[in-house]
Design a protein. Structure first.
Ligand code: MN
Ligand code: MN
Length: 467
C-alpha cells in the first residue's frame, strides 16, 4: 500500500522550486524522441563545422522545406517561407504569419561561428625541414587544449583570377590530418612553470603540415615548395592565394555519444550549433501559417563580439525586417518593438570537477532541461540585456503550458567572470529578448559535451515559442 504523503511533502511540492534530472520526470516515449532528435543533430554537426558550412547546410534544408530566397520575392503573404543568405556566413529564415507586422514577430537567434584557429594571410613556412602554417586564433580559447589533437582544414581560397575553390581536408576516412605539437614532459620543466593561460602561446599554435622535400636539389625551402606543389596540383593555388583565403583549422573528430548510457554528445562546435539546429528544426516544423511571423536568425561573428557585416551588430537583420514590412504602413521599429526573441545560446553547465566558479543554486545542470538566463554579462551585470520580469513571465507561461522542461542559470559566480550573447544586440533594436539554450561542459574546448535531453527540450521550447 502506498504510504500517505506527509503534510510537509505536500507543502514542499506546492511551494518549493524543483530542479532535477529530467530523465526522472519524462516518459520513455519523450526520451526516445529526444534521442532520435539528437541523431539528426549529430549528422548536422558532422557536416557543419564552420559558419560557411552551417549556412550552406541550413540553406539546403530550408530549400527542401519550401523556403525561397527573399531576393526572388516581390510581395509577401501569410504562409510564405523565405530566407536571406548573408554572404554565405549568416542566414535568416522566416515564415510569414497571419498577423500584421504591427503585432510583432516571434524571433529566435543563434550563432553558427565557433572558436577555432584561422590561418594567417601568409601562413606557410619551413623550419628545420618541417613545414608549418601560422595561425591566428578566433574567439576565446584555452590554447593548450588545441595541441596534440587531429585538426582538419576547412574554408575557401580566392585564386588570382577571381575564381573560388572550397577546401575541406581531414574529414574523410582516407584524408590526412594536421596537428600542433606540444613539448614532451621530459623536457617541459621550464614550460611547466608558465601559467595555464601562457602554457601554449599564440605564436606557438603552428600547425605541422609536412616534412618531405620536393626533390634532392641543393636548394632551400624544399619542404615548403613540396607543399605548395601539392596544393597547386590539387587546387590550382599559389602562395599568394593564401592572402585571399579564409582557412579555418578545426578539430578533425566527429560527434560521438558520451557515456555507457549514451546520455550525452561530445563534439566540436556545440556552441552554438546546439541551439542553431533546434531553432532551424522548430522553424521548419512550425505551423503552415503561424499567427505571428516566425523568424530564425543564424548569425556569424558572435564569438568575436558580433562585429562585421555578418555579425548581429550590423544592420543586416534590420534590413531583412525592412523587406517584411514593405507595402504595409508599419515601420521596422514599430514591428521590432512589439517583437519577442529567444536568444538561443549555450550556458556553462555545472561541473563537479571544478565546483569553485559555479554558484550551485543559480547554475544549470546537464540534462536538467533548457536553461533560461535572465541576463548574461559580467560582474555588476555589465554588458548584458537584463530581461524584464514581465517577459520572463510570458516565456514561463509558454514553456509550462507546453510541458517543456527548463531550468534557470547564471554563468558562474558573480565575481568570477562572465560572457555575453547576441541578446543585447537584439535588445538594442527594441525587441523583448531573453537567453534560452543548452548547458555545455568544457565550453569552447575542441570537444564540448551536452546532454541529449537538453538539446531536445531546447527544440520543444522554440517550437512552443513559435506556436
Ligand atoms: Mn555562444
Ligand atoms: Mn561561445
Amino acid at each position: 500500500m502506498a504510504k500517505e504523503k506527509s503534510a510537509s511533502s505536500i507543502l514542499k511540492e506546492k511551494l518549493m522550486m524543483k530542479n532535477e534530472n529530467i530523465f526522472k520526470n519524462t516518459t520513455l516515449k519523450q526520451q526516445k524522441d529526444a534521442l532520435d532528435f539528437c541523431e539528426g543533430y549529430k549528422k548536422f554537426l558532422a557536416v557543419a563545422k564552420t559558419e560557411r558550412e552551417a549556412c550552406e547546410t541550413v540553406e539546403k534544408l530550408a530549400i527542401d522545406a519550401g523556403f525561397v530566397n527573399v531576393e526572388k520575392k516581390k510581395t509577401l503573404k501569410p504562409g510564405d517561407r523565405i530566407y536571406l543568405n548573408n554572404r554565405g556566413k549568416a542566414i535568416i529564415l522566416a515564415v510569414i504569419g497571419s498577423d500584421s507586422p504591427a503585432e510583432g514577430f516571434r524571433i529566435s537567434a543563434a550563432h553558427i561561428d565557433s572558436p577555432r584557429l584561422d590561418l594567417k594571410p601568409n601562413p606557410l613556412y619551413e623550419d628545420s625541414e618541417m613545414a608549418y602554417f601560422k595561425t591566428h586564433y578566433y574567439g576565446g580559447i584555452k590554447k593548450y587544449q588545441w595541441t596534440s589533437i587531429p585538426l582538419a582544414l576547412h574554408g575557401v581560397v580566392i585564386r588570382g583570377d577571381g575564381s573560388k575553390v572550397n577546401i575541406c581536408i581531414g574529414e574523410d576516412e582516407g584524408d590526412p590530418v594536421f596537428v600542433i605539437n606540444d613539448l614532451l614532459p621530459h623536457l617541459a620543466k621550464e614550460q611547466s612553470k608558465r601559467t595555464l593561460s601562457e602554457g601554449i602561446q599564440g605564436e606557438e599554435l603552428n600547425i605541422l603540415v609536412g616534412s618531405r622535400p620536393f626533390n634532392n636539389d641543393p636548394d632551400s625551402d624544399l619542404i615548403k615548395l613540396n607543399i605548395l606543389n601539392i596544393l597547386y596540383e590539387k587546387y590550382g593555388i599559389t602562395e599568394n592565394d593564401f592572402i585571399t583565403a579564409e582557412l579555418e583549422a578545426v578539430p578533425a573528430f566527429a560527434p560521438k555519444d558520451i557515456g555507457f548510457d549514451r546520455s550525452m554528445i561530445g563534439a566540436y562546435g556545440h556552441d552554438d550549433r546546439v541551439c542553431a539546429y533546434p531553432a532551424v528544426a522548430a522553424t521548419l516544423n512550425c505551423a503552415k501559417v503561424p499567427k505571428k511571423t516566425v523568424i530564425t536568425i543564424l548569425a556569424d561573428k558572435e564569438e568575436i563580439g558580433s562585429e562585421g557585416n555578418t555579425g548581429l551588430h550590423s544592420v543586416f537583420f534590420k534590413h531583412f525586417v525592412e523587406r517584411l514590412v514593405k507595402g504595409t504602413n508599419v515601420s521596422v521599429l514599430d514591428a521590432l518593438s512589439k517583437s519577442m526573441c529567444l536568444s538561443a545560446d549555450v550556458s556553462g553547465a555545472y561541473d563537479p570537477n571544478f565546483p569553485e566558479p559555479f554558484e550551485r543554486r543559480n547554475t544549470c545542470f546537464v540534462n536538467h532541461g533548457a536553461v533560461i538566463m535572465k541576463y548574461t554579462g559580467a560582474r555588476g551585470k555589465g554588458d548584458t540585456s537584463d530581461a524584464s520580469a514581465e517577459l520572463m513571465g510570458e516565456i514561463r507561461q509558454i514553456l509550462d503550458s507546453n510541458k517543456v522542461k527548463w531550468q534557470v542559470g547564471e554563468l558562474g559566480k558573480v565575481d568570477f567572470g562572465g560572457g555575453g550573447t547576441v541578446a543585447k544586440e537584439l535588445a538594442a533594436l527594441g525587441i523583448d529578448v531573453v537567453d534560452l539554450g543548452v548547458p555545455v561542459l568544457s565550453m569552447h574546448s575542441p570537444f564540448e559535451v551536452v546532454g541529449k535531453m537538453d538539446v531536445y527540450m531546447t527544440y520543444l521550447a522554440l517550437k512552443a515559442f513559435f506556436k
